[in-house]
Design a binder for this molecule. Structure first.
Ligand code: CUA
Length: 248
């Protein structure tokens, strides 16, 4: 009698566990990752837009990157991920989702993920795969905006403000009068400067240019001669001085 009861109790227990698993798959939409044995590993990465907010992505993991490295989808997209490896075993975890796949040689692993929230999702490798393992990462950009164009070299129209940062001026000279190692740029242009030797000069274009190129030639009273001589192309120098003129 006792055995029958134990068997009955064990059966109920197993059924209950199975029920909880089935329920959590339905209720929480948990997708159990699959290994697809009947699909040959993808050699090339591919993004297939199957419809509005539906993507199929063939990810290829290789030492030490994911292809595609950057994926752009709009919020609310469902993405079917097919993961292969081109070399050794890698892992693929998409931070902030429940996707955690293995990229195993000879196999394709699958997961479906829905991106409801906009944002940048980091894709990392979580299986040690060599010296650059820790740098192996990709990104999934979930955004309504079109992908940003590649950054243009900022040579053409750098503003005076940008140039001050570029040449490191703002490290020692404030723009708003805040005390700093060097004289502030605020109100500098056109002002009277008392130099360390007691002479007074006016901060004209020429004064400013000379102060930038040969700072030791005219140290303002109360400051240390610590500024390095700057080699700044004439165009940039002109732009900087024009900008200083605007800092009243
Ligand atoms: Cu790929 Cu670690």
């Amino acid at each position: 009698m006792l055995e029958k009861r134990i068997i009955a109790a064990a059966t109920i227990f197993v059924l209950a566990i199975a029920g909880v698993i089935a329920l959590s798959v339905r209720v929480f939409g948990i997708d159990v990752p699959n290994c697809l044995n009947d699909v040959r590993p993808f050699k090339d990465a591919k993004v297939i837009e199957q419809g509005p907010k539906r993507y199929e992505v063939h990810y290829v993991a290789r030492m030490w990157k994911f292809e595609p490295a950057d994926l752009n989808v709009v919020p609310g997209s469902t993405v079917d991920i097919y993961l292969s490896t081109a070399d050794v075993t890698h892992g693929m975890q998409i931070i902030g989702t429940n996707v955690n796949l293995m990229a195993v040689p000879g196999a394709v692993n699958y997961a479906r993920v829905k991106f409801d929230k906009a944002g940048d999702y980091l894709v990392v490798c979580n299986e040690y795969c060599g010296v650059q393992h820790h740098n192996m990462a990709g990104r999934i950009h979930v955004t309504d905006k079109p992908p940003e164009p590649p950054p243009q070299p900022a040579v053409a129209a750098a503003s005076g403000r940008d140039l001050l940062d570029k040449y490191g001026c703002t490290a020692c000279h404030s723009l708003d009068g805040t005390p700093s190692p060097g004289p502030t740029f605020k109100g500098l242009y056109g002002s009277k400067r008392t130099l360390a030797d007691g002479k007074t000069v006016t901060a004209t274009d020429d004064y400013l240019k000379q102060s930038i190129e040969k700072p030791d030639s005219q140290i303002v009273k109360g400051f240390d001669p610590v500024m390095p001589a700057m080699e700044i192309p004439p165009n940039d120098l002109h732009t900087i001085v024009e900008y200083l003129e605007t800092l009243k």
